[in-house]
Every structure is written in C-alpha cells, then in structure tokens.
Design a protein around this ligand. Structure first.
Ligand code: SAM
Length: 400
C-alpha cells in the first residue's frame, strides 16, 4: 500500500487579523507533512463532509443546473465598482506570440475547427480538446502558468528532484512556458513538452523540444525513460486517468517522480457570498455535467483522481499539497491578494474560450445564451464582496 501525506495550505481571509476562511485564527504553516500512511485533508477540503464539500453529481443527472434561458430573463445591473487591477498588468510579457509550429506537422494537425469564431484542435483520431488553441486562449494559458507558479510559492514543482535530473516530460504543455522555465532552471536536463496543438514558441532553450502527441493514446516512449513526468491542468482532457497513470509509471525510471497539479473547476466560498443559482455557483456545475457527457471528467480533485490513480499505478511516497486559491483581490494577505488577482485574470482573459466548447457543443447552449451568462458572470467576478476560491491540488509520487 502506498503511503501518502498531505502538505498543508495557506489560508484565506478578506479582513486583516480576522479568523481565516479555514476557521482558525492564524494560518497553518505552508508545508506540514502529515502522518505517513494516511491521507489527511485540511478542514474544508474536498474530502471532508463540510458545508464546502462539492456536490455529488449523480450519474446522468445535471444536478442544480439552471436552464440556459434563465440568464436572459435576469436583469443585468450596472457593473460593480472595480478595484485597481494595475498591479497585475506587469506579468510575463511573452503573451500572444506563441502561435507557431515546432515540428514537421501533417496538414491535419493544422486544420483547426472553427466554433463561433474560436479555433480548436481538429478532431483527428480520438483527440478532442475543449480548450481553444487561438491567441486569446494562449494568452490566458500564459497567465495561468504564472498563477500556478505563484500558488506553489514561486516554484515550478514540489517533488524532491535531484539537481542533475536528466529527462523530463510535460504532458499537455499548452504554450510550453512550464517546460521552458524548467529547462532554464535545469540546463543539464532534456525537457520534452507534448500537446495536441502546435502552439509553442520557436525560440526556446536548446534543451527543450515540443512534440505533437495525444496523451489519451498509449504512450510510445520506452519503459524507464523519464526522471520526472509533469502533468498540469488537464481536467476535461483525459478519457481514462488510470490508464494515463499506468503509462506514466511505465515510462518513469525507478526512483523517478510523477507530479500532477490541478485546479478545481468549481468556485466556492466560505461565507455565502456565492449564492446558489448565481453565475459563479453554476460555472462548475455545468462543467461537471458537460464532462460526464463528454467522457472526460472535470472532477479530478473532487474524485481524488490524482492520488488514487497514482497509488493504483504503483507509485509510492505519495504527497498531497492543496490549498484554496482565491479569485479576486479580496484576501487581506498580500500574497493571496496577488494570487487572487492573477486567478481572476486567468478567468477574465478568456472566459468565453473556457466555456464555449463545453457549453455550446456539448451542453447545447446557444452562443447568445452563453454571452448573456458571461455578462452576469463578469459582474459577479468583479464584485469585491464575493469571496470566491477554488481548490488547487498538486500530488507527486515516486516510482519504487
Ligand atoms: C488547460 S491547458 C494546460 C496547459 C499547461 N499544462 C499549463 O498548465 O499551463 C490544457 C492543454 O492540454 C492540451 N490537451 C488536451 N487534450 C490533450 C491530449 N489528449 N493530449 C495532449 N494534450 C492535450 C490542450 O491542447 C491544452 O494545451
């Protein structure tokens, strides 16, 4: 039986000095290894039965989802006052120039589907992605990379990697910023980033390369190839997580690590500031139901998929880190405020891109219904009285 431990989290509070959102007066230490052999969760974590426990989605049931027509009937009030967002405008300036091909690609790979003005990876074989691959989404991915790095305390990973690490793969690399940053940090390592779409930049460190690959197909790397397999933000993209982890185990060297970072799609709060039926409350519910229809779950954190599949595949010394990532600049703590600003920016930079495929092509909402919903969502996301957050969880394990 694999051991697993939990590295604890930061805490959220909208008011300096007040009890934090986890219900304690002072934040727990950033990293607290728990008793080995058990997986413990911090108060209010997705594994606990508390008021913040995510709703269980009954198979085949779109529990608690309002009809698409609901949003057009709601009056759209004026925008709430926005607080200054200027401090998040100075992030990585590499936005927008990443649309390029790095491999000799067959024409089919570049035949993007166009859905209501946005481009998506074309359905080649079984590959299908809900994430657009156009410039607007690439910009959002770049901001997302920065936000995830901030969440880990300015780190790219948590696994105890050796400085002389040799071979690394990043599955579903997106615009490839994680792979590029990792390659710069470890110039002696050979880093491969894979994705369905050729949206990575050409100008990259000499020790990084990108490949077009479908993670849902059996992996073709030789056994015991990699020292480290990195997976991030792949919810809604994987058909069979257990199979993916078995592949990761096969191609990981003995002593090597797999690490998987996910965000929950479900937005939550601890103070009732996201009322049931409000746009932020509905967001995750529609994705959960859509994922069930699409055959690629969005409930990676809620169903504890990272830890369970890692354990089943044979990884040991499994370590879980999780925390509540704020959305918006409402937390009193300056670090969490900055993180929350970036989390909101990820959402605002391409809210349409995140919902379009799942809500239109999968759930059948019309483009107009989606735009009206997004107008309501934007209003709620910008309201500083809404103390929203979502779970982030990174899990790593070692191949014995
Ligand atoms: C949300 S983005 C995350 C990008 C990157 N991992 C990050 O964290 O910044 C998901 C990425 O997975 C890619 N993707 C989706 N399905 C895939 C598959 N079956 N195989 C490989 N990549 C896939 C998408 O093209 C997209 O670039």
């Amino acid at each position: 039986m694999a051991k697993s431990k939990v590295l604890d989290t930061e805490s959220l509070s909208p008011v300096a000095g007040a009890a934090n959102a986890l219900g304690t007066a002072s934040p727990p230490p950033a990293e607290v290894p728990q008793e080995a052999g058990k997986t413990k969760s911090p108060a209010g974590s997705p594994n606990e039965t508390t008021s913040t426990e995510p709703e269980k989605l009954q198979p085949g049931l779109a529990t608690g989802i309002l009809p698409a027509t609901h949003w057009a009937q709601l009056p759209l009030e004026d925008e709430p006052p926005q607080e200054d967002n200027a401090s998040v405008g100075d992030q990585d300036s590499a936005f927008g120039d990443a649309a390029s091909s790095t491999a000799s690609l067959s024409e089919s790979i570049l035949e993007y589907r166009n859905i209501h003005g946005r481009t998506f990876h074309s359905n080649v074989g079984v590959a299908e992605s809900w994430i657009p691959n156009d410039e607007q989404q690439q910009e959002s991915m770049d901001i997302h990379h920065h936000m995830c790095t901030l969440a880990l305390g300015d780190k790219l990973f948590l696994a105890p990697l050796k400085p002389d690490i040799q071979k690394v793969v990043d599955i579903g690399t997106g615009t490839g910023l994680w792979a590029i940053d990792f390659a710069e940090q470890f110039p002696g390592a050979e880093v491969t980033g894979t994705d369905l779409s050729p949206i990575q930049p050409n100008w990259v460190p000499p020790n990084v390369r990108f490949e077009i690959d479908d993670a849902n197909l059996p992996w073709t790397w030789d056994d015991n190839t990699f020292d480290y397999v990195h997976i991030r933000a792949m919810m809604g993209s994987i058909v069979d997580w257990a199979a993916l982890y078995r592949d990761a185990f096969q191609c990981c060297k003995p002593g090597g690590y797999v690490e998987h970072f996910e965000n929950s799609i479900n937005m939550d709060c601890d103070d009732g500031s996201i009322p049931p039926g409000s746009p932020m409350h509905q967001w995750g519910k529609v994705f959960w139901a859509g994922g069930e229809k699409f055959g690629r779950t969005f409930r990676v954190i809620e169903d504890d998929i990272q830890r369970k599949c890692m354990e089943e595949a044979g990884f040991v010394d499994i370590t879980v880190w999780e925390h509540k990532c704020p959305i918006g600049s409402w937390p009193a703590d300056p670090k969490l405020k900055k993180l929350g600003q970036f989390a909101r920016l990820v959402l605002e930079s391409d809210a349409e891109g995140y919902v379009l495929y799942m809500w239109n092509a999968v759930m059948g909402w019309s483009p107009t219904e989606i735009q009206v919903y997004l107008a309501h969502l934007r209003r709620q996301v910008r309201d500083n009285n809404v103390h929203a957050w979502y779970w982030q969880r990174a899990v790593y394990g070692r191949k014995p």
